[in-house]
Design a protein around this ligand. Structure first.
Ligand SMILES: *Cc1c(COP(=O)(O)O)cnc(C)c1O
Length: 394
C-alpha cells in the first residue's frame, strides 16, 4: 500500500495530502460526518462488500483519519495502519486478535502498567499470562508453553529502559509459531521500525510523541495486510475504539514536526542523561543512548536514535528523597504521560509499594523524566538545583 522509499520528512509533511482531491487545500479538511450517502442502493451494497476501502460510516473509515493512517503505515514500513481512540484501544485489539480461550501470552520484562492489567483482565476468558523480568533469550525460550500464542514486547522497557534483541526474539517466536506484538511508543517510527525485524504488530500510544502536544489521546496499530484484513472487521469495528476525525487531524498536525521534534528530544535527552550520569546524587541513569548502558551496542543495531524519556536512580533511594527531588523541580511538571513539548517528572515509588517495585526489578530511588522542548541549559540547572537541595535536606 505504502511506498517505503519516501523519507520520514516527506511522509510527515506531504504523503496523502492529495491537493487535487481537496480543492487545493494545503491542509486536508476534517470530515466531520458520521455517514456517507450514495446515489443508489446498488452503489451502497457494492461499497459494503469492501468496508475497509469504502467510505460508509465513521466506525470504519474516514478520509481525514485515513490520511494519517497512510502516513503512520509508511513511517513504520508496514502495509496497513488503523488509528484507535487510545493507545490501550490499539493494544487490547492487537492482543485479542491472536487469542482464544485456553491460550497463553508471554510478556517480556517491564511493560506498560495497564497492558499488564489487561492480561489479568482476560484471564476470565481463559487466557493465561506469564511475565518474565528478564530480557535474556534463553530465559524467554524456557517460558514458552505449548499453548503460547503471543509474545508481547516493549523495547526499551517501561521505566527501566532495557533493550530486547528484536531480530532474535522475532525469530525465536516464529520457530514456535508465536505471534509478536511490540509497543513502539518510546522510539516512535522515526527511531525504530520493528516490522523490519520480523515483528507482526506494532502498537503506539499516539498520545505521546506522535501527537506531541499533550492535547489528544489516541492509538495506532500497524501490521500486514493479511492480519489487518481480519482485525479490521473484528477487534477494530466490533470493539469500536476508533479515532475521531478531529483527533486525527491534530495527529496530522503533530506529525509534520515529528522528525524535527525527535531530533530535539534526542539532543536534549543525551545532554541531560550525560549530566545526570556525572551527578553525585545520582547512582545510575537508565537511557540506552549512553555508552555506559549495558545494551548500548544492541541499540546501535536496531535503533536509529533515542527519544527524551529516561529514568535515573538516586543515591539515597528513600521515598522522602524521591519526593523532595520531584517537589523541588520547577521546569519539570509533575504529571503522568510523556512525549509532549513540556518536560515532566514522575516516580513509580508511591511510598507504599517498595516491595512491589523491587520484585519487578525497579530501584525505589527511580525517577522518570520526559525531556521536553524547553531550553536544555535551563532544564539542567533545574535538575542540578533539585538534586543539590535534596543532598542538603538529608
Ligand atoms: C501511554 C502509554 C500507553 C497507553 O496509551 P494511551 O494512549 O494512554 O491509552 C501504552 N504504552 C506506553 C508505553 C505508554 O506510555
Amino acid at each position: 500500500m505504502t511506498n517505503h522509499l519516501f523519507s520520514d520528512e516527506h511522509v510527515c509533511t506531504h504523503l496523502g495530502d492529495e491537493y487535487e482531491r481537496f480543492h487545493g487545500a494545503v491542509v486536508p479538511p476534517i470530515y466531520q460526518n458520521s455517514l456517507f450517502v450514495f446515489e443508489s442502493f446498488e452503489r451502497l451494497t457494492e461499497a459494503m462488500k469492501d468496508e475497509q476501502s469504502s467510505y460508509l460510516y465513521w466506525r470504519g473509515t474516514n478520509p481525514t483519519v485515513e490520511i494519517v493512517e497512510k502516513k503512520i503505515a509508511a513511517l513504520e514500513k508496514g502495509e496497513k495502519c488503523k488509528l484507535f481512540s487510545s493507545g490501550m484501544a490499539a493494544i487490547s485489539s492487537a492482543i485479542l486478535t491472536f487469542l482464544q480461550a485456553g491460550d497463553h501470552v508471554l510478556s517480556v520484562s517491564n511493560i506498560y502498567g495497564h497492558t499488564t492489567k489487561f492480561f489479568s483482565y482476560i484471564e476470565k476468558f481463559g487466557v493465561s499470562h506469564t511475565n518474565t523480568p528478564s530480557t535474556d533469550l534463553d530465559v524467554i525460550e524456557s517460558l514458552i508453553q505449548p499453548n503460547t500464542k503471543v509474545m508481547y514486547l516493549e523495547s526499551p522497557t517501561t521505566m527501566t529502559f532495557k533493550l530486547l534483541d528484536l531480530k532474535a526474539v522475532s525469530s525465536l517466536a516464529k520457530k514456535y509459531g508465536i505471534k509478536t506484538i511490540i509497543d513502539n511508543t518510546w522510539a516512535t517510527p522515526v527511531f525504530q521500525n520493528p516490522i523490519t525485524f520480523g515483528i507482526d504488530i506494532v502498537v503506539h500510544s499516539v498520545s505521546k510523541y506522535l501527537g506531541g502536544h499533550s492535547d489528544l489521546v489516541g492509538g495506532a496499530l500497524i501490521t500486514s495486510k493479511e492480519i489487518m484484513d481480519h482485525l479490521f472487521y473484528h477487534e477494530f469495528q466490533l470493539l469500536g475504539g476508533v479515532m475521531p476525525p478531529y483527533e486525527a487531524w491534530l495527529v496530522m498536525r503533530g506529525l509534520r514536526t515529528l522528525p524535527l521534534r525527535m531530533k530535539a528530544h534526542q539532543e536534549s535527552g543525551l545532554k541531560i542523561a550525560t549530566f545526570l550520569e556525572n551527578h553525585t546524587s545520582v547512582k545510575k541513569v537508565n537511557y540506552p543512548g549512553l555508552k555506559s548502558h549495558p545494551d548500548y551496542e544492541l541499540g546501535k543495531q536496531q535503533l536509529k536514535g533515542y527519544s527524551g524519556l529516561m529514568s535515573f536512580e538516586l543515591t539515597n533511594n528513600s521515598f522522602d528523597s524521591v519526593r523532595n527531588v520531584i517537589n523541588s523541580l520547577k521546569q519539570f511538571q509533575i504529571g503522568v504521560s510523556w512525549g509532549g513539548f513540556e518536560s515532566l517528572v514522575i516516580s513509580p515509588n508511591y511510598g507504599y509499594n517498595t516491595e512491589q517495585l523491587i520484585n519487578s526489578g525497579m530501584d525505589p530511588g527511580l525517577i522518570r523524566i520526559s525531556v521536553g522542548l524547553e531550553n536544555v541549559d535551563e532544564l539542567m540547572e533545574d535538575l542540578d538545583a533539585a538534586l543539590k537541595l535534596k543532598a542538603r535536606s538529608v
